[in-house]
Design a protein around this ligand. Structure first.
Ligand code: TRP
Length: 488
């Protein structure tokens, strides 16, 4: 019944039957929104075409009943052009409430020095908090201490992670998918966060990993030639490989390259494209009528790697392998859309692990920008540059004078050096000591910065050393479509 009902709506939406005889409660908020919108258009068309009164009345009754279902399901009144709130990506100013943080794939802004309010974001996006219970469950499943990104709330939110653990405990396979938009050659330390975490996940769960380089996305969004975007993809691949991924378990691909060669991948793209309307992507991503059609259809390309059939060479043509996506929370809109579509194209919904944003040196109000060299520490920085940047630009939560600092102590919640240490200093005890000492005023800002400098210099130098070892030949191996070291 449900599938017939969905078929009516999505395959034949233009000639839908009048009676709401399928169970409206089983529709997702977005599907209901679509139906109300379509029915509204139908009523207008009937009126404009001077249709018989009883036909118009029937269509109006249907419209009212749909609006009622919409309200019961979402708790919101239907408003034309405004999709249900948990699916709305607040990006065009029209739906953003005064005190809300702005978070979308292209922009992150908050007025709070502590950064984005992540608890509120969980509620707004409708995801789940990674709580102690889940962290303990992960620990039991893998038989070792969870990564400090989990223990410290850096990966703070998820969708269906319990399902992934169920599968893992029942010896069912899953795979990891993450990605990067290669917008420039210059990657900064914040870009490493999802990859460091993904590497850890790959090791502890021993699963295949696919990494999408969206050079097409960057070509569409930035002022950049296709050739340049492709070149950045290969350069960025070197930094990603330098994180230590296992070539036998990892497939890295550039969209510009792989899409044209993989029938499996392209089939999934068109399936997603068929099941998402312009209205929906407008609501989710804020596209307008004057955005190029490349942008409008791009979300389907980021969705496709969530389905194992996009990689027949890895999964032996198997369709239903569960996918887990570690990513920064700003990528969630793509995957909310993917999860909405998945059951309608007979695929499992991808699970997700979301990270917080990595703060700019200037403070946690914005995400960093690769175009401002002082906003972050770059993977190409020298030890001296790292030292100068931290000393000069890292926003301090310390007091104005030494006397005041000793008396009142510093504020770790807004201090960027301390924030960076929570990302990169692995020693829990040391971090706690620093926090105590800084908060009590015993430790001065300059001293805290020194600890950060001494943490970052070797970390970046080691990365540079590993990157040097990554030859074009190695990049080619990672980027060649092939079977990985797993049987399916
Ligand atoms: N759109 C992402 C970016 O601009 C790149 C990306 C593609 C991605 N697929 C992904 C990120 C999956 C995380 C997970 O960086």
């Amino acid at each position: 019944m449900l599938s017939i009902c969905l078929l009516m709506i999505f395959v034949q939406s233009g000639k839908m039957a009048d009676s709401p005889n399928c169970d409206l409660k089983s529709l997702s908020p977005l599907q209901l929104f679509e139906r109300v919108t379509e029915q509204g258009e139908k009523v207008r068309a009937l009126k404009a075409g001077k249709a018989p009164k009883d036909e118009i009345d029937a269509a109006v009754r249907m419209l009212l009943s749909l609006k009622l279902s919409y309200k019961t399901t979402t708790g919101q009144d239907y408003q034309a052009g405004l999709p249900p709130k948990d699916l709305v990506l607040i990006n065009n100013g029209t739906t953003q409430e005064e005190d809300e943080d702005l978070v979308n794939p292209w922009n992150v802004q908050t007025s709070n020095a502590k950064g984005v309010d992540y608890d509120k974001l969980i509620v707004r996006f409708g995801s789940s908090k990674i709580d102690t219970d889940l962290i303990n469950r992960i620990e039991r499943a893998i038989g070792q201490k969870p990564h400090h990104f989990l223990r410290r709330g850096i990966f703070f939110s998820h969708r269906d992670m319990d399902q992934v653990l169920d599968a893992y405990e029942n010896k069912k396979p899953f795979y990891l998918y993450t990605g990067r938009g290669p917008s420039s050659q210059a990657m900064h330390v914040g870009h490493l966060i999802p990859f460091m975490f993904t590497k850890w996940l790959q090791e502890v769960f021993d699963v295949p990993l696919v990494i999408q380089l969206t050079d097409d996305e960057k070509y569409l969004w930035k002022d950049m030639t296709v050739e340049k975007a492709y070149e950045y993809a290969r350069e960025n691949a070197k930094d990603i490989i330098a994180c230590g991924f296992d070539v036998n378990k990892t497939f890295i691909f550039s969209d510009l390259d792989y899409l044209g060669t993989s029938a499996g991948f392209y089939k999934n793209i068109v399936k997603v494209q068929k099941h998402v309307t312009f209205n929906q992507v407008k609501g989710i991503f804020g596209f307008t009528d004057s955005d190029c059609i490349g942008k409008i259809s791009f979300p389907a390309i980021q969705a496709a790697p969530s389905f194992s059939s996009s990689f027949p060479q890895i999964f032996n043509g198997k369709e239903n392998i569960q996918c887990l996506i570690p990513c920064a929370i700003d990528q969630d809109p793509y995957f909310r859309m993917t999860r909405d579509v998945a059951p309608r194209i007979g695929q499992p919904k991808p699970a997700l692990l979301h990270s917080v944003f990595f703060p700019a040196l200037q403070g946690a109000q914005t995400k960093m920008s690769a175009s401002d060299p002082n906003s972050s520490i770059f993977l190409t920085d020298t030890p001296k540059q790292i030292k100068t940047k931290i000393n000069k630009h890292a926003f301090s939560g310390g007091r104005d004078t030494i006397e005041e600092h000793r008396k009142y102590g510093g504020n770790c919640d807004v201090d960027v050096s301390f924030m960076y240490l929570t990302f990169f200093l692995e020693d829990d005890d040391r971090l706690e000591q620093l926090k105590q000492a800084y908060t009590s005023g015993e430790l001065l800002t300059g001293e805290l910065k020194k600890v950060l400098i001494e943490t970052m210099q070797p970390l970046v130098a080691a990365h540079q050393e590993r990157r040097k070892q990554v030859t074009d030949e190695i990049v080619k191996q990672f980027m060649t479509p092939r079977k990985l070291a797993f049987e399916f």
